[in-house]
Write a protein that binds this ligand. Structure first.
Ligand SMILES: Nc1nc2c(ncn2[C@@H]2O[C@H](COP(=O)(O)OP(=O)(O)OP(=O)(O)O)[C@@H](O)[C@H]2O)c(=O)[nH]1
Ligand SMILES: [Mg+2]
Length: 327
């Protein structure tokens, strides 16, 4: 379901030329890996930059599971962002997949945006993640993004910023902001562009992601599950869209299965008299309709797949492209 991004350096220049309509000579472009521990605000920042939701966001850690491209085209630059799963210690095969997704593109990035969460102090886990990142990509410029400063009491802010700057002494630039607000995002965007090399557009100006609407629809359903459930349920859920078909000019049928790991989780997800799944469906329908611009009919099914997060075969079936070593 995910597609590997790749820019082929051997691609004939002529094939790229239609994308280059009168670009200024100082046009910049490149890949920016947006990296950080779970829940620090990576997907929030990217959606904010795009002005549109392509990546799901939730207060639960480990929301993003796949690497996903977000392409921002401006007259002076094309920035290709990689939203990545949060850096964490994997507990199962799904976690290993997520860490692979998070780290495999880092060495090829032109810039790394390393996000940290200012609302808490740097932890041991932050140090480990930063150390690993530095080992993988010591020669790539790192922009330290100290996010969520709206949650820090003003009297603590300076000390918190200093603590995070000490954590990442190798960063070439830093910024403290709240990803929810445009002013900080704009300033950061300018910093990112200034670190990119001169280069052409790699994608058409109107392309904003490498993911199909069908994949994003599945993610939007999962987002609603994350928002409506607690404890281990959010982590035990996967969503597969089985059918995404335009039935008439302004109605699309979306049939999806929500997989959980246990019968008890299925009961929680259905809720009393089916109330919870109804709320999930209503929320997801609104999001998907906004994305595709017309009405959908959403059919949701819930199925129990014991331990799917540890099961290679089931993970592959659900669209997780596990590294080849597992084949
Ligand atoms: N108050 C505040 N909340 C923020 C800010 N940025 C993000 N959030 C919230 O933080 C939570 C996590 O945001 P995400 O964008 O899903 O974080 P992520 O880094 O993509 O998380 P994973 O995908 O799990 O790695 C959400 O509830 C966001 O609304 C911020 O600047 N201020
Ligand atoms: Mg995310």
């Amino acid at each position: 379901m995910t597609q590997d991004f790749s820019f082929d350096p051997d691609q004939p220049l002529a094939e790229l030329l239609p994308l280059q309509e009168d670009l200024p000579p100082d046009h910049r472009s490149g890949f920016v890996a947006v990296i950080g521990r779970p829940n620090v605000g990576k997907s929030t920042l990217i959606n904010g930059w795009l002005g549109q939701k392509i990546a799901i966001v939730s207060p639960k850690p480990q929301t993003t599971r796949h690497r996903q491209l977000a392409i921002i085209t401006r007259p002076s630059a094309q920035v290709i962002l990689l939203d990545t799963p949060g850096l964490h210690k994997p507990q199962n095969l799904l976690g290993e997949y997520m860490m692979d997704q998070a780290t495999k593109s880092v060495p090829d990035a032109d810039v790394i945006c390393l996000l940290v969460d200012a609302s808490s102090r740097p932890s041991e886990a932050d140090s480990l993640a930063v150390h690993d990142l530095h080992e993988k990509a010591s020669d790539i410029p790192v922009l330290l993004v100290i996010n969520k400063i709206d949650l820090v009491p003003p009297q603590d802010l300076e000390a918190r910023i200093t603590a995070y700057r000490r954590l990442v002494p190798f960063s070439s630039q830093w910024i403290a902001l709240t990803a929810l607000e445009p002013s900080g995002r704009d300033e950061l965007f300018e910093q990112v562009v200034s670190l990119l090399p001169l280069g052409p557009r790699y994608y058409p100006a109107d392309q904003i992601t490498d993911q199909e609407e069908r994949f994003i629809a599945a993610e939007m359903i999962r987002e609603q599950v994350l928002l409506h459930t607690y404890q281990e349920v959010p982590h035990s859920v996967a969503v597969l869209v089985n059918e995404f078909k335009e039935r008439s000019g302004n109605l699309t049928y979306v049939g999806a299965t929500i997989y959980v790991e246990r019968e008890t989780q299925k009961r929680i997800l259905l809720g009393k008299h089916g109330q919870l799944i109804k709320q999930v469906g209503q929320g997801a329908r609104a999001e998907i309709e906004e994305m595709i611009g017309h009405k959908i009919y959403l059919d949701l099914w819930v199925k129990v797949w014991p331990n799917w997060r540890k099961d290679e075969h089931r993970l592959r079936w659900l669209g997780f492209a596990l590294p080849p070593s597992r084949s």
